[in-house]
Design a protein around this ligand. Structure first.
Ligand code: MRU
Length: 346
């Protein structure tokens, strides 16, 4: 399995996703600040992977703390959590993971744990979040594979694979599980402008696994659907509101509308940690605006003229009405999602 992120000795090591597929380079983070920078600059990306990175970043930061008294340690812990929370706003897994770290910290502190015991407890929780994520992806894969016909041409957007999780992937987990179950799957990977997660990362992962993969530019999806070349769509998610409205990589909404027009099932695969019952619908999901340079340049080459204004919203919201089903590790939710998602939580 791909080593997306690992705790190694006294550091957290991640494969540098900005450099793939040209180079397989690993970044070693020795402090919480370095982990936060890695999340912000997309060394690591993808909602569940960001959550794991934040948890490990907090555990790492506190492991290296020089605080001797609990009071100072508590202050540093709060600061480190705030640092992680300020990295990226859309993927709710980040905040979910920070909340988990805060909960175990509070419980252990209340029980009178020493600074050393608190450090151990945080590290154990970060490992737990990592391992649970892999297990969730496997379970999601098993549920999702039941929705894939024996022969299927599957379109996906962005990268919701092993690189976007602790391993195996959400949308790509469904595809992997179908392939492992003997189904004949062929994948159409949207290139996913501007960061090219589909062209660079999804294609890299799938080709490594020997899965039939074709990269298309984002504006080709409609034409191929119209020609009858797509049997189903499966994508990941960064935040799913209580009513099923789903934030994912910008461009997902257009794919969902096209799928509806062509009568193609549109599935979202995401762990329960991506479901945000506190947000009633998609209008409350914060959408990250990223740097202009991601749009104006490819590498060092400028594409756009100086003076043109740029927009770069990194995510969009697909209204629940376009989603056929949401695949989670606890089972498959179908409309109306307000009820089916609440049932999965209960
Ligand atoms: O900006 P990114 O690359 O972090 O965006 C990632 C996505 O939109 C993924 O589709 C989503 O996080 C699901 S990952 C399993």
């Amino acid at each position: 399995m791909l080593p997306t992120i690992e705790w190694k000795g006294d550091s957290v090591v991640m494969i540098d996703q900005r450099k793939l597929p040209a180079a397989e380079i690993y970044v070693r983070c020795r402090t919480a600040t370095e982990v936060a920078r890695a999340i912000k600059t997309m060394v690591i990306r993808g909602a569940p992977a960001i959550g794991v990175a934040a948890a490990m970043g907090i555990a790492l930061g506190m492991r290296r703390s020089k605080a001797t008294g609990t009071k100072q340690f508590v202050t540093e812990f709060q600061k480190t959590c705030d640092l992680m929370a300020g990295t990226r706003p859309t993927a709710v897994n980040l905040f979910w993971a920070i909340d988990r770290m805060k909960r175990v910290f509070a419980e252990a502190a209340q029980a009178g744990a020493s600074v050393e015991e608190l450090k151990n407890r945080l590290e154990a929780e970060a490992h737990g979040i990592h391992d649970e994520d892999v297990a969730s992806c496997r379970a999601m894969g098993a549920h999702g594979a039941t929705l894939v016909p024996d022969t299927a041409r599957i379109l996906t957007h962005c990268n919701a694979g092993a690189l976007a999780t602790a391993g195996y992937g959400t949308a790509l987990g469904v595809i992997r599980a179908a392939a492992e179950g003997g189904k004949k799957v062929a994948v159409l990977a949207d290139e996913t402008r501007p960061f090219l997660q589909g062209a660079r990362l999804t294609a890299w992962e799938l080709v490594k696994d020997g899965i039939d993969t074709t990269v298309i530019t984002d504006n080709m999806a409609g034409a191929l659907m119209r020609l009858g070349h797509v049997d189903l769509v499966v994508v990941g998610a960064d935040r799913i509101a209580a009513n099923g409205d789903t934030a994912n990589k910008v461009g997902t909404y257009s794919v969902a509308v096209l799928a509806r027009e062509h009568g193609i099932p549109f599935y979202v695969a995401a762990p329960i940690s991506t479901v945000d019952l506190q947000t009633p619908d998609g209008s409350g999901i914060p959408i990250e605006e990223r740097n202009d340079r991601e749009v104006t340049h490819v590498g060092t080459s400028r594409l756009t003229p100086e003076g043109a204004r740029i927009r770069n919203p990194a995510f969009d919201v697909t209204p629940a009405k376009y989603i056929t089903a949401i695949i989670t590790e606890r089972g498959i939710a179908r409309p109306p999602f307000a009820e089916s998602l609440a049932r999965l939580f209960a």
